[in-house]
Write a protein that binds this ligand. Structure first.
Ligand SMILES: N[C@@H](CCC(=O)N[C@@H](CS)C(=O)NCC(=O)O)C(=O)O
Length: 201
């Protein structure tokens, strides 16, 4: 299996999931501007969507979309309980969180990095994002994790996106439960290993 990633980007969520799952995998960085991988391969030939993450499975299938990849990884290592039992009410709750993180937190944050986005557009999206972070902080409470006592793939995704907030001028201290969650997730050995492998620590 090979994960195509960019340092610190949303692919970090799936990278964390792979390490939490204890699966064997290779990694290859992608230059998202040139659409070339670090070995010089044409990334668009691997993922025509042109974005990370992409996970190439051992049978050659290519999975894209961070939510789908993270849920697939959880299913590959059922003993690690990175997701509740598929089809259960708890599983649907996890999917709800994953979609919320992807569409409300990830995308509204990602738009702030787009140089073509006008300043008033950025400000409008930041207002929405702030409201969504307020909601997440309240729903998370003391956690310790989004789904309660157990770490799931949603925690790695939330950690990844919350880490971007200072880069867009939002102070993490505004959301004490999220800040505590982030510190908690960061301490996990698999997360430390993922951060080290991406040279983020
Ligand atoms: N819908 C995709 C979006 C992934 C995404 O936004 N990836 C960003 C990095 S965080 C990227 O590769 N952007 C480069 C591009 O879109 O060309 C997902 O959720 O996996």
């Amino acid at each position: 299996m090979k994960l195509y990633y960019k340092q610190g980007a949303c692919s970090l969520s799936t990278h964390i999931a792979l390490r939490e799952a204890g699966l064997d995998f290779d990694m290859e960085a992608v230059d998202l501007h040139a659409k070339k991988t670090e070995t010089g391969a044409d990334f668009l030939a691997i993922n025509p969507k042109g974005y990370v993450p992409a996970l190439v499975l051992d049978d050659g299938r290519v999975l894209t979309e961070g939510v789908a990849i993270a849920l697939a990884i959880a299913a590959m290592a059922p003993g690690k309980h990175l997701a509740p039992e598929p089809g259960s009410a708890e599983y649907l709750k996890l999917v709800e969180w994953m979609v919320f993180i992807a569409t409300e937190l990830h995308k509204n944050t990602g738009a702030q990095f787009n140089p073509a986005m006008p300043e008033d557009g950025k400000a409008a999206l930041k207002t929405v994002l702030t409201r969504r972070l307020d909601y997440t902080d309240k729903a998370l409470g003391r956690g310790p994790y989004l789904m309660g006592e157990r770490f799931t793939v949603a925690d790695g995704y939330l950690f990844t996106v919350f880490n971007w907030q200072p880069r867009i001028g939002l102070d993490q201290a505004n959301w004490p439960n999220l800040a505590a969650h982030s510190a908690r997730v960061r301490e996990r050995p698999a997360v430390q290993a993922a951060l080290a492998a991406e040279k983020l620590i």
